[in-house]
Write a protein that binds this ligand. Structure first.
Ligand code: ZN
Length: 158
């Protein structure tokens, strides 16, 4: 299957938008809460908290942190740090549209880390200002213009 973040074709894992550990014992953690994601993106999503979904824009939003520490305290680069945002491949867009806003916002609050501590909504509104300045804002639909990540970890603007 295709990774819902970087479009890589191949083996994918199930990424929980609201993390599995935050569900009660008998609660269903899978309904409208799972996205296919490649192992590389899953690591950055779960361990580094390098990106989240935007509940209204329906795209990924990436952390501005330039690097992260591994479990054994080795500093490594964040490959997404300059991407700002990207939409999932079209085949996954519907799935993302169906994910409950509450689950997404829980992910934003608890599973997303950025340089300057502040609320996710502050980070998003600052990002919106930047996107307007660089001409990447879609006034009509009130969300960022089309942008995708390729399996070579490059961004393609539409
Ligand atoms: Zn990926």
């Amino acid at each position: 299957m295709q990774c819902s973040v970087c479009s890589t074709e191949g083996f994918t894992e199930k990424a929980h938008i609201k993390s599995k550990s935050r569900f009660q014992k008998f609660e269903n953690d899978k309904i409208f809460n799972i996205l296919p994601i490649c192992p590389r993106c899953h690591y950055y999503f779960d361990v580094c908290k390098a990106f989240t979904l935007h509940n209204e824009w329906k795209c990924w939003v990436f952390s501005d942190k330039a690097n992260f520490y591994s479990a054994d305290e080795i500093l490594f680069d964040n490959p997404f740090s300059n991407f700002m945002y990207a939409y999932p491949p079209k085949i996954h867009q519907k799935k993302i549209n169906r994910i409950d806003g509450e689950l997404i916002m829980e992910n934003q609050r608890k599973e997303f880390t950025v340089n300057n501590a502040g609320s996710p909504s502050k980070y998003f509104s600052d990002l919106e200002i930047i996107l307007r300045q660089i001409g990447r804002w879609d006034e009509h639909n009130q969300r960022p213009l089309g942008r995708k990540i390729t399996s070579e970890m490059k961004i393609i603007d539409e």
